[in-house]
Design a protein around this ligand. Structure first.
Ligand SMILES: Cc1cc2nc3c(=O)[nH]c(=O)nc-3n(C[C@H](O)[C@H](O)[C@H](O)COP(=O)(O)O)c2cc1C
Length: 206
């Protein structure tokens, strides 16, 4: 009997674009029947005063990720809104709190994937994923890219790359994830669930 893989989608999302994508990733994971996903958010590090000045809405109502979230799940999908072309301090703070897991090799061989949001087309879609990989390398995580499932048409502006699904929020955050971007996020969820379930169940599944 195949074991259902437990997947944690771990996000930071100040203006909820990443959160919207996360829900499509979860739908893709859950639809496979091989895995079930829970969405977590990392703790905020900015003071309330700064968040007010940034016109941030209330944070998504999600459980807060801890290092225990990583040990209790079989795979991770990180949702990352770019900051200066790389991952935000909030996610770094979370990943920097996993030193004990690194030291003990507790996550060695588990799969991990990435999806992103940027304000502009060239504001860091690929570099944000690239800047996250050193964490995966140190923690022993296996990077699962979007690869050939990446959208490659040029008929409309679209986020997403071989590194992972993505959306383009616009400079003022007014653009919402398009149908194609949400479809790509769902496809990533399905692919990641399949890979994770294979790892969890060894050669017996699928
Ligand atoms: C301090 C800061 C730095 C940012 N740097 C970039 C950047 O380098 N490139 C870019 O395209 N967008 C940049 N953005 C825009 C965010 O990536 C955008 O608000 C985010 O993707 C929206 O996702 P969210 O709604 O899930 O928070 C930056 C935003 C902030 C607040």
């Amino acid at each position: 009997m195949a074991q259902k893989a437990k997947i944690a989608i771990i996000i930071y999302s100040l203006y909820h674009h990443v959160y919207t994508l996360a829900k499509s990733v979860k739908a893709g994971i859950d639809a496979t029947g091989h895995a079930e996903a829970t969405i977590f958010r990392v703790a905020e590090t900015l003071p309330a005063e700064v968040l007010t000045k940034m016109h941030a809405p209330a944070a998504p109502e999600l459980p807060i990720a801890t290092p225990e979230t990583l040990t209790s799940h079989d795979g991770y999908v990180f949702g990352i809104p770019t900051r200066f072309g790389m991952l935000p301090a909030q996610l770094k703070a979370f990943l920097d709190s996993t030193g004990q897991l690194w030291a003990t090799g507790a996550l060695q061989g588990k799969p991990a994937s990435i999806f992103v949001s940027t304000a502009t087309q060239h504001g860091g879609h690929e570099t944000t994923a690239l800047a996250t990989l050193p964490y995966f390398a140190h923690l022993g995580l296996i990077f699962v890219p979007l690869g050939a499932l990446s959208p490659n048409g040029i008929d409309e502006m679209t986020g997403g790359s071989p590194w992972g699904a993505g959306t383009i929020a616009g400079g003022d955050g007014s653009r919402q994830p398009s149908a194609k971007e949400l479809e790509t996020a769902t496809a990533q969820g399905k692919h990641f669930a399949t890979v994770t379930a294979k790892l969890v169940n060894g050669a017996t599944l699928l």
